[in-house]
Design a protein around this ligand. Sequence first.
Ligand SMILES: [Zn+2]
Length: 374
Amino acid sequence: MPGMFDAHVHLREPGFENKETIASGSEAAINGGITGLVMMPNTSPAIDSGTVVARVLEIARSTARIPVHSSGCVTKGRHGKELSGIDGMRALGVKMLTDDGDTTADPAVLYRAMQYATEFGMFFASHCEVPELAGPRALNEGAMSYRLGIKGSPACAEEIIIDRDIRLAHAAGAHIHIQHVSSKLGMETIRWWKHRGDVKVTAEVAPHHLLFSEDDIGDFDTHYKMNPPLRTRADNAALLEGLLDGTFDLIATDHAPHTPFEKSQDFVSAPNGITGLDTALVSLHHHFVATGKFGWDLIVKRYSAEPRRLMGLPVVSITEGQPVDLILFDPDKETTFTTEFMKSKSRNTPFLDQTLKGGVDLVVLGGNVLLDRA
Ligand SMILES: [Zn+2]
């Protein structure tokens, strides 16, 4: 198959190198059959100017064995007030603007950014969440939050901003990409707008929102704590439906590494997110391809072709005369996600020490063998 491409990755460098670096994160990607990725700008300092982008790309060029693309903030420091250095970032090839981790709370600021940056062919990626409704962002508001006695974040906190940001893009003539959709009504909102056909909207779904629900939190397991939170089994089913019918253009992991110490805190204090690069492809194979829910064609389209198209990159195919960018996947083998196996610096994943069907055997990029387990 062609190499996968992940359009939603937190590499934590600069600023949080104890969680991940551009080098370790890109090795985790290779380990999982991914040959290109887009990093999110919620680093420290935040990636909000040409100066920071230049530095990040320089680190990527010298330490990563796959292409690492950087997104840029919508607002300076991700504070939601002033526009970031959009011009300087565009000059260095930044295409995606996002305050991911947070919503750009002030619609007037986002609207102005859309009117400005759209002229330069840039697009917006939205983390959707009304901050006032989201509470401590620990889990979904529902049966599990009542049982555990923690204030939950209702699905409407996400759905309101999905609709708001698509409406803003509609008015500004901008391209809006909705990140990590977690709820049925959120999916249906995107489907409705796509059906209208008069706004450029794309959307992504993460493997964990397809696979897990609030029920998996069990006894305060922080490996099931992410933002947006895991919702219900009915949401899982609706998200899968949205992936099958094309409401979701792409699969993206929202790879979010954290140290064991941080994740060992109590459920409310522990940070949001799980890693995904090492595990995404094998887990999609195990739970969906091996069970006949969808085929490899969907994975190649949604996890290789469409994310590259989103970034304005050529779609990779295995064709004579084309540059080599391919992986070999063995569906008959098994992968155990031990600490030794995973290349991410962090191990915050529900798949830790699980054995799943399938394995990445070989990764070849531009004539270089990046991984060979064959
Ligand atoms: Zn996010």
